[in-house]
Design a protein around this ligand. Structure first.
Ligand SMILES: C[S@@+](CC[C@H](N)C(=O)[O-])C[C@H]1O[C@@H](n2cnc3c(N)ncnc32)[C@H](O)[C@@H]1O
Length: 323
């Protein structure tokens, strides 16, 4: 399937596709894990470039996304192993599959366009729908629970911390006042309250007034940052020496977390880039390939505005031992 045809059918354009494929150093017969397979946009190209016998293990916590991946990767048969799992469970998944080391790991964080665009999933401030935002529909907490049950202080903290929303306190106060009158059930209701809370002069420029708060709630509902930090540390031991880990993030907090986690795991190693294993013997399990994150080209942003905040960080497994 051509790239454009894939986008038309699945409604999601894989972000920084060429950069990711190059960074992964793909080779035929390799085993790669796409920790956030989504509709299989990156996964499909990984399978194509690792033919005839490369394997893709694709995880997603959203069963709907996984069904999309199953359809878009069907032509690859058993070379694509798709599992409805949180990437936090990667160590257990690999153990069950009796795979002790893999050639590459990819995390493409956030949500797919088809998740954002479906009002029933509750991610969008632009279309009315139930206030949900769970990537895993069986997850314990929805956005409705947080918005109706947290204190105004806790809500303000979420809006400020994960959304860098300067009107966080005022918005949280407006929400607390509104829910005294009626339960907040829909994205439309919440977007309206946020709009009312932000003074008109501050609303005149910039993105939609509800964008930051919706993003913040999504991160809180899905505990995205906690899961990422833990998963990166637990996944790297499964990389083969010379294997690459690539993380595409869309939020400054995520990018900082990736940068710091990579740095922590790289401490000690003084080897120059390109060696298949650490020879300096000074420790560290990663060598950082991208000192600064790679960003999408202006052409890609023009084609796909959702790519504009993407940051790609890459590191390579080094060291003397592995699992
Ligand atoms: C941006 S999309 C991936 C798109 C994919 N790379 C493509 O090109 O089609 C991110 C996906 O990650 C999934 N996801 C987010 N956090 C996850 C987690 N902790 N475990 C597994 N999947 C997760 C989301 O459900 C979503 O489908």
């Amino acid at each position: 399937m051509e790239d454009q045809e894939y986008t038309r059918q699945y409604g999601h354009r894989p972000v920084m596709l060429d950069e990711v494929l190059q960074a992964l150093n793909l080779k035929p017969g390799g085993v790669y894990v796409d920790c956030t397979v989504g509709g299989g946009g990156h996964g499909r190209e990984i399978l194509r470039l690792t033919a005839p016998d490369g394997v893709l293990i694709g995880l997603d916590r959203d069963p709907f996304a996984l069904r999309q991946a199953a359809a878009s990767l069907a032509e690859y048969g058993t070379r694509a192993m798709l599992l409805n799992e949180n990437f936090l469970n990667l160590p257990r998944v690999l153990e069950t599959l009796r795979i002790c080391a893999v050639d590459g790991l990819l995390y493409d964080l956030g949500v797919s366009s088809f998740q954002l665009d479906d009002p029933q999933r509750g991610f969008s401030y632009q279309a009315d729908g139930p206030l949900d935002m769970r990537m895993d529909p069986a997850g314990p907490v929805s956005a409705k629970d947080l918005v109706n049950e947290l204190s105004a202080e806790e809500l303000a903290d979420i809006f400020w911390r994960y959304g860098e929303e300067r009107w966080a306190k005022r918005i949280a106060t407006f929400i607390a006042a509104e829910r005294e009158r009626r339960h907040i059930e829909t994205t439309g209701q919440l977007a309206e309250i946020i709009k009312k809370a932000i003074p008109a002069r501050a609303r005149r420029s910039g993105p939609h007034p509800a964008r930051r708060c919706f993003q913040a709630l999504r991160i809180a509902v899905n505990r995205e940052l906690d899961a990422l930090a833990r998963s990166l540390k637990e996944a790297v031991p499964f990389l083969k020496l010379g294997g690459r880990i690539c993380v595409l993030s869309f939020h400054s907090l995520e990018d900082r977390l990736v940068k710091e986690t990579f740095r922590e795991m790289a401490v000690g190693c003084k080897c120059p880039p390109g060696l298949p294993a650490c020879v300096c013997g000074q420790g560290g399990s990663l060598r950082i390939i991208t000192r600064r994150p790679l960003v999408p080209s202006p052409e890609e942003i023009a084609r796909n505005p959702r790519a504009r905040s993407a940051r790609l960080r890459v590191a390579e497994k080094v060291g003397l031992t592995q699992v």
